[in-house]
Design a protein around this ligand. Sequence first.
Ligand SMILES: [Zn+2]
Length: 151
Amino acid sequence: MTTKTDQYKPEFIESFPDSMNPGVLYISIEYGTCGHLCACGCGNEVITPLGPAQWSLTYDGRNASLRPSIGNWSLPCKSHYIVDRGGVVRWARTFTDREIARNRDRDRAFFARGDDDRTYDDWPPARCDPGDDVDQPTGWLRPFLGRGGDH
Ligand SMILES: [Zn+2]
């Protein structure tokens, strides 16, 4: 089963099923959380908590979209996509390890400060200036990867 998902259909649920179906965006208002299977078809479950500093859900009465993009850095596939209007999956560029590390750093900083005011105007960063990066050994971020749902 390596079929990519082109579109997600919203399904409002009270609690998440034991095994999710591909192409379904499960929405739990009660828990303020959405869940779906990774759009790449790898079969991994992706949980997106809803909140001002997390994801926001837009439901137009028929379809649902999520913002910001979904970056599955902790999955082997490292998929990066947007569930856009109409639930349509739009693929985004795969980040490099360095970009992933930087975004994770930024996320952690925001969560640490409890800052709810961030906007996603620059998400995903369309332009990355390779010159502004301090050289870092890539090994240091390993402990942070493969640890899904750490917030
Ligand atoms: Zn995947």
